[in-house]
Design a protein around this ligand. Sequence first.
Ligand SMILES: *Cc1c(COP(=O)(O)O)cnc(C)c1O
Length: 395
Amino acid sequence: MNETAKRARAVIDLAAVRSNVRALRSLAPGAQLMAVVKSDAYGHGAIHCARAAREAGAPWLGVALPEEALALRAAGDTGRLLCWLWTPGGPWGEAIEQDVDVSVSGMWALREAVAAARDRDRVARVQLKIDTGLGRNGCPPADWTELTAAARAAEAEGVLAVTGVWSHFACADEPGHPSIAAQLAEFRRALAVAEAAGLRPEVRHIANTPALLTLPEAHFDLVRTGIGIYGVSPSPEVGAPEDFGLRQAMTLQASLASVKRVPGGHGVSYGHHYTTPGETTLALVPLGYADGIPRHASGTGPVLVAGKWRTIVGRVAMDQFVVDLGGDHAEAGEPAVLFGPGDQGEPSAEDWARAAGTIGYEIVTRIGKRVPRVYVDSEAPDRSAQDAALTGGVA
Ligand SMILES: *Cc1c(COP(=O)(O)O)cnc(C)c1O
């Protein structure tokens, strides 16, 4: 482990990413899998996770930003890759030249994609996105006939190929929510309009991880899965990762920076929102909101220290927070495990989401750049160095 990783580290188990991809593929056997690696693979590292997903048989990768797609190409990825969050003036030409499938939700975007393709004398691979009810990106149904007809005309001219028609759910993480059926019906209408316009897309897709896990009729030709490949549940209603054979890939741990005895009545951290009820031992964990620890977890966040779950006492500061060990003993340098797959009895990302009033997605994605990512492979033959990293051993 390098020097900086001694303070704290996010250990990423690439074998977990691979086995999650395999498990998710087997849960959607009729569909291709797109591994969503936007936002640096939800904080896990896009390049490493993209490679692991490809090794486990993901034919597609998905990202939000064109810059994210181009970074994957620069790192050597050559497979199918969809990029969906464009703004006017975006790097359409570079993306088209690098064989990125680009998503188009409106006429301005179609015009920019067509112009860039003509410019470079390439055929743009375009996926048309319909807003079936999320109310975010996507073409409104009222404009869909115009968009599909214009795309078909450009296709006939040989400047683009419509490779996909797709949409995104608003409430798939709340199984049974009435908007789910309404969005599916709208999606089927949009597919019929596209077909009537003469489009024959390779892939039709609407399912994210929660729809993949709970709604087989939404799988169509492809499933876009992000949070599932990192082994974190989309929501308590959908279920726990282990219900689907998924394993959390990230373990966040730190080395205690200080352990000390203090008398009763001692205030702890900014604002003195906690006062020791009696003589006790306080342990200092060198991670704070600058590292992505939610300040909302002040007084609530769970941490495994010296064999037991402890709760953050007082406020989470920029760089550090405190846990009260009561009568227990620990030494500076011993590990504090914030969350992980549970092998050591540590809390999960879902436990942190509950403690901070947020979702597991945000817990893992927000872990900051100051926390080094340490990659391990629990399936690799030589495990000695990795075991040291996984148990927080300071090598
Ligand atoms: C982030 C994202 C996904 C992945 O969602 P998960 O719930 O993480 O599987 C799929 N599609 C789109 C459009 C997204 O933005």
